[in-house]
Design a protein around this ligand. Sequence first.
Ligand code: CMC
Length: 443
Amino acid sequence: MSTTAAGVKTEKETGTLEVRDTRTGATYEMPILPRGTEGDVAVRGMDLRQIKVESGEFGTMSYDPAFMNTASCMSAITYIDGEAGILRYRGYPIEQIAEGSTFLETAWLLRNGELPTRQEYDKWENDIRYHTYVHENIRKFLEGFRYDAHPMSMLCSTVAAMSSFYPDAKDIHDPENRNIQIIRLLAKIPTLAAFAFRHIRGMPFIYPDNDLGYVENFLSMLNRMTEPRYEPRPSFVKALEVLFILHADHEQNASTTAVRAVGSTQVDPFSAIAAGVAALFGPLHGGANEQVLRMIQEIGHVKNVPALIDEVKDGKKRLMGFGHRVYKSYDPRARIVKQLADEVFKETGVDSDLEIALELERIALSDDYFVSRKLYPNVDFYTGLIYRSMGFPTEFFTVLFAVARTAGWLSQWEEMLMDKEQKIARPRQIYIGHGERKYASLL
Ligand code: CMC
């Protein structure tokens, strides 16, 4: 075993790949990188550069739009086996973490690689409780948004704006400084999210109550009215805690890749995390939970499900909440969310939307279109239904995802900074535009 710059334990090199160029007849040997813990194998893209016909040529690149088969980093944080439906944080199966951990313990684990001791946990939790307040100008800034602004736009802008309140955050190479910015981000993002929620509802902002736990305080800032202390339903606290854990990290997804790419410019973490929020907003990523509910409401009745399935099969629509770039079997998070949904619905009651969702799932799991493409429900399929039964408006669902994913983004950002192999992210392109031509004005 050896350890890479990212702290990853790997086996010794496994051999070489021999490539023959039919244009020149030349053969090249490329070392196969040491296997990852679970046997992942790769060659270095840069090793292709030596393959050329003329010595003055640039050399061969790898072409991989959407990074379908490109490992952009070595990471020791999260492991996914998409074929087997496995997700682990730092080696711990997601099912066990969801069952026994808290969101803040999970955030510590993701960042530090090991579970915290009691003393470490208490300090971590206390530090995060202490930093929940935001500058009053943030509040004024939020008030400038229109009543119908999307809360993800509000969250993205306020997270970015925070870098102007903490100019010291640009000192990213100082571990103590990084630590305080990570604590600030984890502590303040629920406050920003809750302020955005109150704004779209036209309700007065509720300041953090630092005597409450992370999730309880968040629910208090969202829902408290005149009562001196908000007492959330224990089942809602439990559900949100588990949903936050499930959403905390998911290795190199689009938003994490955005955070790493923007962070690789050595910008401050608030700016890098704002990039993650922006990427998560998209309907193919975190925005899917919102789209699932809109789709279900558009279907309107179980009897209309087959018509929608036909439209999907004709390529006119996508079944939101289905399919995943990595999972080619049941998303393990979806399984946990489905169980959780059953518990929440026992309290809040089942409605016709759930019936529609169950029918969609039933048909999709048995229809050859979905089976042959390995399209299974993903985590977003059921989260929207739970969030709605807990009283969250549809446009707020992705914000809940963003609050939780901040833990993963920050861990991935810090791992990237510690990785000596990482540099500013700068892909290549294959230019297919005009060759050189002479400028002649048409004016
Ligand atoms: N409904 C219908 N067909 C689909 C769907 C879907 N949801 N997803 C993929 N397909 C089809 C697609 O049309 C293609 O068919 P064909 O081979 O005939 O052209 C095939 O399946 C492969 O699709 P792809 O677009 O190459 O797959 P991808 O890995 O690039 O996309 C995805 C992954 C998540 C973007 C996609 O499955 C999708 O758009 N799903 C709906 C949106 C969604 O639920 N997103 C949340 C993902 S999980 C949480 C998160 O990451 O934020």
